[in-house]
Design a protein around this ligand. Sequence first.
Ligand SMILES: [Zn+2]
Length: 283
Amino acid sequence: MAAGGTFEACATDLRCGRVTPVPAFLLAFLVSQWALAVVAGERWVVQDQRQQTLLYSEFELDLERIWAELGEVDFELSAATGIRATDGRVEIVLFASRQSYLEYLTARVPQAAARRAIFLKNGSISQVYAYNSRSLVMDLRHEMTHVRVHQHMPYAPLWLDEGLAEYFEEEEAARPRSSRREAVRWKARLGSSPSLSSLEKIPSAEAMGAEEYRSSWAWICFLINDGAGSRQTLRNYVEEIHRGAAPGKFSEYAQAENTGLLSRANSYFRKMTFPLTFDSSGE
Ligand SMILES: [Zn+2]
């Protein structure tokens, strides 16, 4: 989807969804216009910057909390998968209300109308748009995961991209209490575990529903938390794509690189435990 330097868009809806890429020529125009508009705008009551990330907001917010949450995503993502931020510019644009968000975006990106937040990428510039709601922190964690995935990898399989975003949208302490956990466990115990090969066949984001997002999340839970071996296989796969190789489908890659890994997934899904802890103290 991101191959050849084209532009991509990804967004969350009430659960999560991914937007069909807008034609590259269109987004090239749009994003360059947006970049100017964001910088020149006088509507932002908050403008702040940490490293390469700029934040513009129409409303006052707890900046320290936001930066801490996004720093946590970066730390955990790097520790678990090796995915790291690049020095590419990131712009986070926050609106005071859904109405304001829609007024700003829908004429330019109609897909935003059905979404709660959206991620756009144009070359090295990444933009995240969201609005004030109870799930703002979760939305920002989700979209920033996409930002980092697409900064680090020239392309990412859909299930991997969304699975990581779903995983890291929740703070670490909340993951064992995730409502998705019981659903996956219950179904696995009835003999219906999330199927990686089915996820790998999903042709586009439009074909992903709540079940596919949950299954992608469950596979990432397995790969990060089953043990050091599963985590290393995930890291190696990410690294292969990062350095421009074409490791193929993860299912085939894992079968060749870590015999027995995939067959352990079913027993993991019946438990869905989260033993890995990220200790960022001192960071
Ligand atoms: Zn997403």
